[in-house]
Design a protein around this ligand. Structure first.
Ligand code: SF4
Ligand code: SF4
Length: 181
């Protein structure tokens, strides 16, 4: 059994890996909803700024505790499939006013992620697919918990806060459009 950190339930349409047309279609739809002038949009931007603050609070934990272990990992878990954003990621990117990074969908899904560089991922945390933030293998989590229990607890609490803020924003977005996609 793995212990990776929680992620909210998927409530938005699936986009298959590499389906650039579906991605662009969803992106266009999301863009037009954000530009529609609906009064709820202001609230969604406010929620997004809380999400950004949560990412900022998490960053020191990644830098101090998980990053050094991942940097020495020989197997790695960054593959193209994980770097490809989903529908929910794109709603969050738009709410954060973050431009989606170009992605070459012709590259095999299980090959090393195209955003991966020698020193790690070249994207800011909030520019990545959310799965890249919550996923850590047991080795990282076990070690973090064993060596730095108090910090680990704080880290988990921050991750849970981010997950719940994210879920709240997505729910507000879904309600705003009447769950019609
Ligand atoms: S999460 Fe685990 S498998 Fe992935 S890079 Fe870090 S140490 Fe390696
Ligand atoms: S963390 Fe970065 S390099 Fe790793 S899978 Fe995610 S986007 Fe790709």
């Amino acid at each position: 059994m793995t212990r990776s950190l929680q992620m909210g339930p998927g409530i938005f349409p699936e986009i298959d890996y590499g389906d650039e047309d579906a991605l662009l279609h969803a992106e266009h739809l999301i863009d037009s909803l954000f530009s529609s002038g609906l009064k709820e949009i202001a609230g969604i931007y406010r929620l997004a700024s809380r999400i950004k603050n949560s990412y900022d609070r998490l960053e020191p934990f990644f830098t101090r505790f998980t990053g050094p272990v991942c940097a020495r990992c020989v197997t790695g878990c960054c593959v193209n499939r994980h770097g490809f954003p989903d529908y929910e990621d794109m709603v969050i990117f738009r709410a954060l006013r973050v431009r989606r990074q170009g992605f070459d969908p012709t590259l095999p899904d299980q090959e090393p992620c195209q955003y991966l560089e020698k020193r790690g991922c070249r994207l800011e945390r909030y520019q990545r697919s959310y799965r890249c933030t919550w996923y850590f293998c047991d080795r990282v989590l076990n070690r973090f918990e064993k060596e730095q229990l108090e910090e680990y607890r704080k880290f988990r609490a921050c991750c849970q806060e981010l997950a719940s803020e994210r879920q709240h924003l997505l729910t507000c977005f879904g309600r705003m459009i009447g769950w019609r996609f």
